[in-house]
Design a protein around this ligand. Structure first.
Ligand SMILES: NC(=O)c1ccc[n+]([C@@H]2O[C@H](COP(=O)([O-])OP(=O)(O)OC[C@H]3O[C@@H](n4cnc5c(N)ncnc54)[C@H](OP(=O)(O)O)[C@@H]3O)[C@@H](O)[C@H]2O)c1
Length: 345
């Protein structure tokens, strides 16, 4: 066996531009390990890249997706810390090991080939060996992009503390991961969604403390202030971007933190609030987040293993072109709560 199936994206042709190719299975160099990929988690980013709405550069014919879990099947001569059969994950970018992301061109599935393939050779120093636990490959794939990003938001600057109040916008991968990690840290969590059914689900299943439907409460920051007795929240997982920033700035407490993560609700620059004046009045931190490092992902993996936490995988699709496109369309439709994965047999 020397060839594998990979899925590359012909840019500018939408999800239908995803095509299967037969390519050579790489041979690991002395410092690399060869990984057989067992699960790939999808992200909204993959949909945005395929539909040409991603704000950062992307190369044509990129192998899509950034998040995979798999097992080691071959080891370079200089690699001592891995054994055949080890279960592993990679961070979203092998140059982003700690600190801040300085070179996003190396983030998988954008300008660097990603994970929609059967095998990948990667530098051993960047790889995380997974702890022994009952988690499946899907469970581990599901924590990579969103888990490291949320960890960066909560612990990369002003630290989240027990007793803090966290506001998460929406019920997708980033939001549910934030809900689970914030509850594990002893925070009170408010979740917003366009759907009452989803809100009931996140309350009963994942222990959201308060919920707000942002469709029936378009002025949802008033609800946040009502729930927090006028104080506002300590930490906001900002998934909307330009279109939700005004209300996030109204929802944050004095000195609180807004982690700018998503760009799901775009408005033109003329409709943008005066962020400088609003942030000044709240003395708050408005912090852009660009993924999370290997170190942050390792900390997220540790809490999953020691506290037996899982990021919910709502639906799983097969490793065929038809199914992968159906999976990306499913993510684009926003029906899911948490993550969507591709399973490789
Ligand atoms: N900066 C980074 O490093 C980074 C890392 C990961 C993701 N992201 C970005 O973060 C965003 C979320 O990613 P994801 O993978 O979690 O996406 P996802 O799984 O597709 O979740 C999207 C969810 O966001 C909610 N939503 C949409 N518009 C909203 C609005 N106006 N207000 C509040 N919620 C809204 C919806 O929840 P309901 O259905 O409940 O309404 C939707 O289901 C995307 O823009 C993604 O590109 C950025």
């Amino acid at each position: 066996m020397s060839s594998q199936t990979v899925f590359r994206l012909n840019l500018g042709t939408g999800l239908e531009g995803l095509q299967a190719f037969k390519e050579t299975i790489p041979i690991p160099s002395k410092d690399e390990i060869l990984i057989k990929i067992r699960s790939v988690a999808l992200n909204y980013r993959d949909v945005a890249i395929a539909t040409s709405s991603y704000p950062l550069p992307v190369k044509d014919n990129v192998i899509l997706c950034s998040d995979m879990a798999g097992e080691v099947i071959q080891i370079g001569d200089h690699v001592k810390e891995f054994a055949i059969g080890d279960r592993v994950i990679a961070p979203i970018n092998v140059s982003f090991l700690y600190g801040q992301c300085r070179d996003h061109s190396q983030t998988f599935g954008g300008q660097t080939d990603g994970m929609l393939r059967e095998y990948i050779a990667l530098p051993a120093h960047a790889i995380i060996k997974l702890p022994k636990s009952a988690h499946s490959f899907e469970d581990w794939a599901a924590v990579i992009g969103t888990g490291s990003t949320v960890w960066n938001a909560f612990y990369g600057n002003t630290l989240l503390k027990p007793g803090d109040t966290v506001l998460v916008l929406g019920t997708g991968g980033v939001s549910i991961t934030a809900l689970i990690f914030a509850k594990a840290a002893g925070a009170t969590v408010i979740v917003t969604s366009s759907s009452d059914t989803k809100l009931e689900y996140v309350k009963s299943k994942f222990g959201a403390d308060y919920t707000i439907n942002y469709k029936t409460h378009p002025n949802w920051s008033a609800e946040v202030l009502r729930i927090t007795n006028g104080d506002g929240v300590n930490h906001i997982i900002e998934n909307g971007g330009a279109g939700t920033m005004q209300q996030s700035l109204e929802s944050v407490t004095a000195g609180g933190m807004i982690s700018i993560i998503g760009f799901l609700s775009n408005v033109s620059q003329d409709e943008m609030p005066d962020v400088t004046m609003l942030a000044l009045k709240k003395a708050c931190v408005v912090r852009g987040i660009l993924g999370g490092s290997k170190q942050q992902l390792e900390e997220a993996v540790k809490v999953m293993a020691t506290r037996d936490l899982s990021i919910p995988v709502y639906k799983t699709f097969a490793f065929t072109r038809e199914d992968i496109i159906a999976g990306l369309n499913y993510v684009a439709s926003g029906q899911h709560i948490g993550k969507v994965c591709i399973k490789l047999d």
